[in-house]
Design a protein around this ligand. Structure first.
Ligand code: DQQ
Length: 482
């Protein structure tokens, strides 16, 4: 168990860096447990990332707001925890929430537990936060509603009024958001339930709602049943009416995302990528953040996600390949580079039929992580069924619909970062997975084709700069007995 904060605690980054599954260029705390991103904001050119953190152990508990800052969304510096569970109303945890700018004062709205109440804390320097003496500012859910939960306030300013949605749900009915209004962030009036999903598909408790305008549409993102679901529609007179729905990242490891507007007006989203090995707590850390992604609206009213351009500053050496055809039934072993930290950008014309695959972290016949595009089925997939020989690692194959126009090329961007693989395609869809290969030497890039030739029009691979101290990975691979 690790205790405390400050220099020693931050020095744990160095010690844990010998773990070959610790990412090199994704955000995670110095040690121990992390889940949801909280209080995301951009102030005077500095990005602030707060996060649900257990500073005492690599398991969920003692929920505290960890804090880190960045000039560019990719290089992060650790700061002391911003909010700790030390008041009567939040001793059970400083749960998720958001940060708004109240005329130059930073104001955090978060859920204190137990029971779940909404609380306010303010700061002038975004480092030291003072909890409001009149907390909680909302002492419980509205009377008369049979709610399944009451947490994770998301606040914005509209027409000189602060509006807040709180994640909730109605027993036996479905997930829901509750709407409040305030003039001063301290006194809140309950307005109503803007939206309940009675479809039965999104559970009965919605966590971490985000409600925001994007172009001429309103977007609601909620987290439920291990997935982040979005709705695109209209929001007026206290009612949200969805026209479209989808999943932010159908890889199954992208949860509790938070979005924010940065100082240049970009809507950016970060999500929590939980571990996918049952033994994770033994390694002294759990949970990483996704790469920051830009949120956009697609032609058919769906949301689109692409990594922020700042991620390109992490590119180190570039390896560029001219076009070539990978004939059906064959494989192309790309000569170099090999590694566990890379960005791969490929433009591929899949055959009219068949499947082309990008195979990573592969040791022939044993382990492999496969990104594939299947033209017949119109799907992009991530097959992790053979990603690890470690019996503690969870496999599975996840897919997302991606139908290419007849003249459209498949444009893949794949970010491999040790135990993380993030796949983006055609500036519209994404799929993320967690992988724990046992082999040290399965580091090459292979492209294969099945049931039809596939034409690789362009292939660029970059090695990536580490944003954390790098350790000596060789000694630390552990695999459970099979
Ligand atoms: N995580 C927080 C809650 C939230 C959940 C607690 C979602 O506020 O509902 O750590 O992952």
């Amino acid at each position: 168990m690790f205790t405390g904060s400050g220099a020693d605690y931050i020095g744990l980054r160095q010690r844990l860096s010998t773990d070959p599954h610790r990412p090199l260029y994704h955000f995670l705390p110095p040690a121990n447990w992390m889940n949801d991103p909280n209080g995301l904001c951009h102030h005077d050119g500095v990005y602030h990332l707060f996060y649900q953190h257990n500073p005492l152990a690599a398991v969920w508990g003692n929920m505290t707001w960890g804090h880190s800052v960045s000039p560019d969304l990719v290089h992060w510096s650790d700061l002391p925890p911003a909010l700790q569970p030390n008041e009567d109303y939040d001793r059970g945890g400083v749960f998720s929430g958001c940060l708004v700018n109240d005329h130059g004062m930073a104001a955090v709205l978060y859920t204190g537990v137990q029971p779940e109440v909404q609380c306010l804390a303010t700061s002038r320097d975004l480092i030291q936060f003072r909890k409001y003496a009149g907390n909680p500012v909302i002492a419980g859910p509205p009377p008369g509603l049979n709610v399944t939960g009451f947490r994770d306030p998301f606040v914005w300013r509209q027409d000189d009024t602060w509006r807040m949605v709180v994640g909730s749900g109605l027993q036996g009915v479905g997930g829901a958001i509750l709407l409040y209004e305030s003039k001063d962030l301290k006194h809140w009036e309950y307005i109503g339930v803007p939206f309940i999903d009675k479809s039965g598909e999104t559970g009965e408790m919605w966590e971490c709602p985000n409600l925001f305008q994007l172009g001429d549409q309103w977007v609601l993102i909620v987290s439920t049943l291990g997935r982040a679901i979005y709705f695109v529609g209209d929001f007026h007179d206290g009612r949200f009416q969805p026209k479209n729905r989808g999943e932010v990242d159908p890889g199954g490891v992208f949860y509790a995302p938070q979005t924010f507007l940065d100082e240049s007006g970009r809507r950016i989203i970060l999500g929590w990528l939980p571990e996918r090995r049952n033994t994770a707590a033994e390694y002294g850390w759990q949970g990483v953040m996704s790469l920051p992604r830009l949120v956009g609206l697609g032609h058919d009213g769906e949301l689109t996600f692409v990594p922020v351009p700042e991620v390109e500053t992490l590119r180190k050496q570039r390896y560029k390949y001219a076009s070539r055809t990978v004939a059906t039934g064959t494989e192309w072993l790309v000569p170099e580079p090999s590694g566990d930290g890379m960005e791969i950008a490929a433009k591929v014309e899949p055959g009219r039929v068949g499947r082309c695959s990008l195979i990573l972290r592969s040791r022939t016949g044993e382990e492999e992580t496969v990104v594939f595009y299947d033209r017949d089925q119109g799907i992009l997939g991530l097959d992790l069924n053979r990603a690890s020989l470690d019996t503690a690692a969870v496999g599975g194959c996840v897919t997302v619909p991606l139908v290419l126009e007849p003249s459209e090329t498949l444009e893949l961007r794949v970010f491999l970062d040790r135990s993380i693989i993030e796949v983006f395609a055609n500036r519209r869809v994404c799929l993320t997975g967690r992988i724990y290969p046992c082999a040290h030497d399965g580091l090459s890039v292979v492209i294969s084709s099945r049931d039809g030739d596939c034409a690789v029009k362009a292939l660029d691979i970059w090695t990536m700069q580490a944003i954390w101290p790098e350790g000596h990975a060789e000694s630390a691979i552990h695999c459970s007995e099979s």
